[in-house]
Write a protein of this length. Structure first.
Length: 278
């Protein structure tokens, strides 16, 4: 039986076991996916002894996504470009890592809005952390026109822009209205809007009618930003689909089968979100 786990601190809130164990049952694969609480001082030892603990890989979540880079011998290019990982697996006896956050966001986006054409277009992203980096990296592969980064700490937006080149530009916080009039996609990658966190207050009246507003927050399932966008008649993309789609890559690496994100799985996890906490 192939065992996999998700590691983090804290880890009780993770819904990854719900997703992966659903697929294991769906495809009749003998395996188990579980949570393991790993504190920062324990990270290196845990990763270097995955096999001894019976694991064929793991997911990595907060606060280890960046620190784990130092303990994995082979990093995929996407990890090197974004400076963050979330999926660890073996090729033979070599420990490897990738980042699936950007791919998860993109696959959810094209599933929800298949007609969206990003070629040569403008995207605005709130936030400059690990998720913003991962999403920026993935969107740049779509021949995008420009990605504008808006972050409370402007220097972090500048750092992200410097990482990816001329198509990514930092913009100051009070310039959203003037900078987003031609945006086809606006993305919140911050924790604003998360249950018990402050809301993301932004004026969406400047957006063109064909614009899409996306939020990677999925607790609550529909954030105040998405509610505001829907009130203006804009299309929206919630964060739960990103969580489900980012899990696909890891499952395929561990179990050799690419799973399908079904409506039943979405509803099962959505019910858990609504009943539980963040």
């Amino acid at each position: 039986m192939k065992k996999v786990c998700v590691i983090g601190y804290p880890i009780a809130h993770s819904r990854s076991p719900l997703i992966h164990n659903y697929w294991l049952q769906m495809y009749g694969i003998p395996g188990l996916y579980e949570k393991r609480e790993v504190k920062v001082p324990e990270l290196q030892h845990f990763l270097h002894h995955l096999t001894a603990q019976g694991y064929v890989g793991c997911n990595v979540t907060i606060p280890h996504k960046e620190a784990a880079l130092a303990f994995v011998p082979h990093l995929e290019d996407v990890v090197k470009r974004t400076g963050s990982l979330n999926t660890v697996y073996f090729v033979g006896e070599t420990l490897c890592a990738t980042s699936t956050d950007g791919e998860g966001f993109y696959q959810n986006l094209v599933t929800q809005v298949p007609e969206l054409d990003l070629t040569g277009k403008t995207v605005v992203i709130f936030g400059a952390g690990g998720s913003a980096r991962a999403i920026t990296e993935r969107l740049l592969r779509e021949n995008i026109g420009k990605i504008k980064i808006l972050n409370r700490t402007h220097s972090r937006a500048e750092e992200l822009a410097a990482l990816f080149g001329s198509k990514v530009v930092p913009i100051v916080q009070n310039s959203f209205v003037s900078e987003s009039r031609d945006a086809v996609l606006v993305i919140n990658t911050t924790a604003q809007g998360l249950r018990d966190q402050e809301k993301l207050n932004v004026d969406l009246s400047c957006l063109p009618p064909q614009a899409v507003v996306a939020d990677i927050v999925y607790v609550p399932l529909k954030t105040s930003l998405l509610i505001q966008a829907e009130a203006r008649g804009l299309r929206t993309v919630g964060g739960l689909g990103m969580l489900l789609h980012q899990a696909v890559v890891g499952f395929e690496k561990w179990y050799g089968l690419k799973p399908v994100v079904t409506h039943e799985l979405y509803q099962r996890v959505a019910k858990d979100v609504e009943q539980g906490s963040n």
